[in-house]
Write a protein that binds this ligand. Structure first.
Ligand SMILES: C[S@@+](CC[C@H](N)C(=O)[O-])C[C@H]1O[C@@H](n2cnc3c(N)ncnc32)[C@H](O)[C@@H]1O
Length: 218
């Protein structure tokens, strides 16, 4: 391929990324459901591998887990298998069209072994779960789509058990991508203690813990 062609491709990709970021900054709408196929594609998994998301999120066998903003389920089945039959995963999203895509994915032959997922259509501000229900809550490229991030994080904290984990994963090509320091600030402001931060600028996970008591923040 000629050098000019390569430069045009790179230039176009950079332009589209910048344009999308500018457009997303002026709106707070959820990612449209028609990108569900792209989100759950081999192309995306090549750059943001499910194994990495599972490893960094602090998943363990038997956990009760909530995925906030599951979308079309790009990572849902991997987490469901990692927690095993003893575990339970509630996949939550505000858009029924996203949940329908996940439902279709779960009905495929290769996913028939998964029996520990329940779907819930709901807003991050009012999660339909009792206080202290979950060992782990995780979000992959979701947090910055939510207009009132503090309110949603406090709601996640409510449904986590004391000592429970919140894992926030971000990916640079996402037009809503935030710097790691922004995520850390938001989590700590909502009353979480920072546990671990892994990965690089391109693809990272910040893990927080809900303090054991209101006094304990670290
Ligand atoms: C960029 S997609 C990511 C989906 C999935 N986590 C992934 O990584 O493929 C963000 C998802 O968050 C959901 N979402 C956005 N705002 C939400 C809110 N306030 N409450 C619940 N889900 C929300 C969107 O509907 C969308 O499915």
């Amino acid at each position: 391929m000629a050098m000019e062609t390569i430069l045009v491709i790179i230039g176009t990709a950079v332009f589209v990324l910048v344009l999308l970021r500018v457009l997303r900054k002026s709106t707070s709408l959820p990612a449209p459901a028609y990108i569900g196929r792209l989100l759950d594609s081999g192309f995306r998994h090549f750059f943001q591998p499910p194994r990495t998301v599972v490893e960094r999120s602090g998943v363990a066998s038997g956990m009760t887990v909530m995925e906030l903003g599951c979308g079309s389920g790009a990572y849902t089945t991997y987490i469901a298998r990692a927690i095993g039959e003893e575990g339970k995963l509630f996949a939550v999203d505000i858009q029924s069209a996203m949940l329908r895509q996940l439902e279709r994915k779960l009905s495929r032959e290769e996913n028939k072994d998964i029996k520990n997922i329940e779907l819930r259509e709901t807003n991050a501000y009012e999660l339909p779960f009792a206080d202290e229900s979950f060992d782990l809550a995780y979000m992959v490229t979701v947090l910055m789509e939510i207009p009132d991030k503090g309110r949603s994080l406090r709601e996640v904290k409510r449904v986590l058990k004391p000592g429970g984990i919140l894992a926030v994963t971000e990916f640079f090509p996402d037009p809503d991508y935030p710097c790691r320091s922004t995520v850390i600030k938001l989590g700590m402001r909502a009353g979480f203690a920072l546990d671990e931060s892994e990965g690089n600028f391109w693809n990272y996970t910040v893990r927080f813990r809900k303090p054991l008591s209101d006094q304990q923040k670290d």
